[in-house]
Design a protein around this ligand. Structure first.
Ligand code: TMP
Length: 219
């Protein structure tokens, strides 16, 4: 039974997800909310080990089927071990990437069937979907430049692949405008963060979640 709020951050490489999710968590904690900040792939001992395999440039010969199943395996573990228990305890869970990343990367860019991805994800996440997703949008090339010199296995994929990732994300957002908020990642960090906070605070207000959660954290 889910009671907390599940927030995800998505975007092409170098879009600033980690910075913005961390700033949002600091902001929410200062307001008295209990927050779990985590990432995908990763967030548990097992999932972090899977992350290492996935991102290691030495594994450049990885088969597409192997790749997608490893992402799903990492997800199965973090959902069961961390995300669902935190939501059941009324926490706000902020996760860098989730199933939308599999749709954008392995689906829209990698060519895997979208329906099949959704089916597998539905099974391993027990139907869990984010309440709100921030899609930090940036041109793929500009994002890769920002991401730095030492590139991991995913960042080393072609610019064509990364353009498809970005377009895939934008298609997901178009299909679910209520959940996925597209935010330009090219304006000042402070301005972007203000927009993110506004959206979250208005969601908390609308759902009445704040009152319940703050009462719990004071008991
Ligand atoms: P990041 O934590 O720096 O974003 O690295 C994770 C990488 O893995 C990034 O290139 C996106 C990619 N990824 C997928 O391809 N599929 C997925 O399902 C997830 C969660 C991430």
């Amino acid at each position: 039974m889910k009671r907390g709020i599940f927030i995800t951050f998505e975007g092409p490489e170098g879009s600033g997800k980690t910075t913005h999710s961390r700033l949002l968590c600091d902001f929410l904690r200062k307001r008295g909310f209990r927050v779990l900040h985590t990432r995908e792939p990763g967030g548990t001992l097992i999932s972090e080990k899977i992350r290492k395999i996935l991102l290691d440039p030495k594994n450049k010969g990885m088969d597409a089927g192997c790749e997608i199943l490893l992402y799903m395996a990492a997800r199965a573990q973090i959902v069961k071990q961390k995300i669902l228990p935190a939501l059941e305890k009324n926490k706000i869970v902020v996760c860098d990437r989730f199933t939308d990343a599999t749709l954008a990367y392995q689906g829209y860019a990698g060519g895997m069937d979208i329906k099949i991805i959704k089916n597998i994800a539905g099974i391993i996440t027990k139907g869990l979907k984010p309440d709100i997703t921030f899609l930090l949008d940036i041109d793929a090339k500009a994002g890769l430049l920002r991401a730095g010199r030492t590139k991991d296995r995913m960042e080393r994929k072609s610019i064509l692949y990364h353009n498809k990732v970005r377009n895939g994300y934008l298609q997901i957002a178009e299909k679910e405008p209520g959940r996925v908020k597209v935010i330009s990642a090219t304006v000042e960090i402070q301005k972007t963060q203000e927009r993110i906070r506004k959206i979250i605070l208005s969601n908390i207000k609308q759902t009445g979640f704040g009152i319940l959660e703050l009462c719990h954290s004071r008991i």
